[in-house]
Design a protein. Structure first.
Length: 318
């Protein structure tokens, strides 16, 4: 099993899959193997895959998206690790699909929540709402990704390994400049201590050995404390962990007295819905959000209180 997981790890890395995708695929492959008593997947086929996925839908009652993720992990295992494509999965019981409308905050609710955030958390929350960023897109921003003079944010390697440019609100720029000043002071202190290096994407660290300590490559939202590699003794900083911002957002929603089930991604939903309410066309919003298909963006048209044609309730006419 250990050799199989190593091969899976290499296959995922060679295709530049994200860390979250790698973590999820490894989890589902392990659950698939344990479900069948640690039999080698080369000894199993469509029947065993059907049995596992049906177990998830019937016994575990997982959602359709969760079952699809498990199926994708198993298909990746057979197709890219074992070199054996999976045939037709006949008789597979699929988890029931359900379409949930995204939770959207009002403008006043967004303003109240942001007022409950402080310092870098306020900057992150303002970027999630003001630029429509996903949480990890925000946390992975580097100094060179910000174009303050042009009011733009370059999102590198977003969902689907795509780059895009979105807006940088002018109202956030003073707070963002203060955040950059704090980060630069910490970076200069790290350099004076003999560290100040950050991980670089792909093979850039080997190609440009000195780039990892340059100011332009530093995280906009670094960790407060340096991490230490116990094997090499090297110290550095990674970006803020997602749970820190998620916890801060949850506390802000509670303090604001909002009963909606709102999280970090709710600010992105609110960004798209409020742009639609302001009259911006769906294609522009699709580009800002980085959606591959406009049908994904169309879900926000169903969230608008007035409906697609501004229909007025007959009760209001009485």
């Amino acid at each position: 099993m250990s050799e199989l997981m190593v091969d899976l790890h290499r296959a995922l890395r060679s295709r530049h899959c994200s860390r979250s995708t790698e973590k999820a695929y490894r989890l589902w492959v392990r659950r698939y193997l344990y479900f069948h008593g640690l039999r080698h997947p080369a000894e199993m086929g469509e029947a065993e895959i059907n049995a596992f996925l049906t177990h998830l839908a019937v016994e575990r009652r997982v959602s359709a998206s969760t079952q699809t993720q498990a199926l994708s992990a198993i298909l990746f295992l057979y197709g890219h690790v074992l070199g054996r494509p999976v045939g037709e999965l006949e008789g597979l019981i699929r988890a029931p699909t359900s379409k949930h409308l995204p939770v959207v905050l009002t403008r006043e609710e967004v303003k109240t929540i942001l007022s409950c955030l402080r310092e870098d958390k306020w900057v992150m929350g303002s970027l999630l709402y003001g630029s429509g960023l996903r949480l990890m897109e925000c946390l992975r921003l580097r100094v060179q990704d910000l174009e303050l003079s042009r009011g733009e944010v370059l999102v590198r390697n977003g969902k689907g390994a795509k780059d895009r440019v979105t807006m940088l609100p002018r109202s956030i720029q003073p707070g963002l400049r203060q955040q950059l000043c704090r980060v630069k002071a910490a970076h200069e202190q790290d350099l004076s201590d003999g560290w100040g290096r950050v991980p670089l994407p792909d093979a850039l660290e080997r190609k440009y050995p000195a780039a990892s300590s340059e100011w332009c490559w530093q995280w906009v939202f670094p960790q407060k404390n340096r991490w230490k590699d116990v094997q090499t003794g090297q110290e550095g900083r990674h970006h803020v962990h997602a749970t820190i911002m998620q916890r801060a957002m949850r506390d802000a929603v509670t303090r604001a007295g909002i009963t909606k089930r709102a999280g970090c991604h709710t600010l992105r939903h609110s960004f798209a819905t409020h742009l639609l309410e302001a009259g911006y066309d769906i294609r522009t919003i699709q580009e800002l959000l980085g959606h591959k298909n406009v049908s994904t963006t169309m879900i926000y048209t169903h969230v608008l209180n007035q409906g697609g044609h501004g229909v007025r309730s007959p009760l209001d006419a009485l």
